[in-house]
Design a protein around this ligand. Structure first.
Ligand code: SF4
Length: 317
């Protein structure tokens, strides 16, 4: 697999309905978690009554990440108001927001000694501000208890919410990294992400950058859902037009048989191809591999991205 034009134009054949499950290739298999650090992280999350996307989304990297004390905390409860076809998080009527959660997250960051924390949430279409103020409070609490920790947030799309109580609030809270995943190519939104709108997600990313250009913006997509290569390249162009700094690309994995079927396992060479193309298109930072997830190696990648920006600014002087 390479970057020949014939490859780029080739459509991904869709699996027929009811086709047998594809065999997992060797590059996707991961070891079951066993380390002591993994146990400690599990116990700490339980004691602070925190949810993590690592567990809820059945992330394949949990063994590696939790052994390194890296976890993505999920705020605003464990129940989502959307039902995306790729996502394992429970859907339904969510509980009331826990006002102590921002403090609990901040304390967990102290306990884990994190230099960089990733905070995400379920979708909260039921809240007037979609949970934006709760994100802002969590950032403030984390900063108050951990002044040297950098904060990355991965938010929902705040679709049909007033920008003054969503985008403005988030931009004013100044996360170091604002991440919002575009998830897939626009053609597949209807089946994969039916409650969302592609251009709304782009608008959100662009608006945060416009409000505060010092915030790094980041977005990711899954491949293997039936997208074509040129559609992935178009998404890259759209994200660059929205001034997004960092793109992540990883293999979609079907969490349960009820979720969208994997159309194909994308080979590591193709991920390398996407990485090269994204670099050419001007992203400051690119993570593209089968097991890439939006928060995978987020601490290391943030440090690299900051260095890349400093270098870029120095070159302009
Ligand atoms: S990649 Fe992200 S979601 Fe997966 S285990 Fe690591 S921190 Fe958690």
């Amino acid at each position: 697999m390479g970057s020949k034009m014939s490859d780029i134009a080739a459509p991904t054949p869709a699996l027929p309905e009811g086709a047998p499950k594809l065999r997992k290739p060797s590059w996707i298999r991961v070891k079951a978690p066993t380390s002591k650090e993994f146990q400690n992280t599990t116990e700490m999350m339980r004691s602070k009554k925190l949810h993590t996307v690592c567990e809820e989304a059945a992330c394949p990297n949990i063994g590696e990440c939790w052994s390194k004390k890296h976890a993505t905390v999920m705020i605003l409860g464990d129940t989502c108001t959307r039902a995306c076809a790729f996502c394992n998080i429970k859907t339904g009527v969510p509980n009331t927001v826990n006002p102590h959660e921002p403090h609990n997250v901040a304390e967990a960051v102290v306990q884990m000694g994190l230099n960089h924390v990733v905070i995400t949430s379920v979708d909260r279409d039921d809240l007037e501000d979609g949970g934006a103020q709760h994100f802002a409070e969590t950032i403030a609490k984390v900063r108050a208890l951990n002044p040297n920790t950098t904060v990355e947030i991965l938010t929902p799309d705040f679709l049909r919410k007033d920008e003054k109580i969503t985008i403005d609030v988030i931009a004013n809270a100044r996360p170091d990294v604002f991440n919002h995943n575009i998830e897939t190519v626009p053609r597949l939104y209807k089946t994969i992400r039916p409650g969302a709108r592609y251009f709304n997600s782009l608008h959100l990313l662009k608006s945060i950058k416009e409000r505060n250009p010092s915030i790094f913006t980041k977005s990711g997509l899954m491949v293997g859902l039936g997208e074509m290569k040129e559609e992935v390249l178009q998404v890259m162009d759209d994200l660059r037009a929205a001034d997004v700094d960092f793109i992540t690309i990883g293999q979609y994995l079907q969490p349960t048989p009820k979720h969208a079927q994997i159309q194909r396992y994308v080979e590591p060479e193709e991920f390398e191809y996407y990485k090269r193309m994204a670099k050419v298109k001007g992203f400051l930072m690119v993570a593209s591999s089968p097991l890439t997830r939006s928060s995978y190696h987020a601490d290391r990648d943030f440090a690299e991205m900051r260095t890349a920006r400093e270098k870029q600014l120095a070159e302009k002087i």
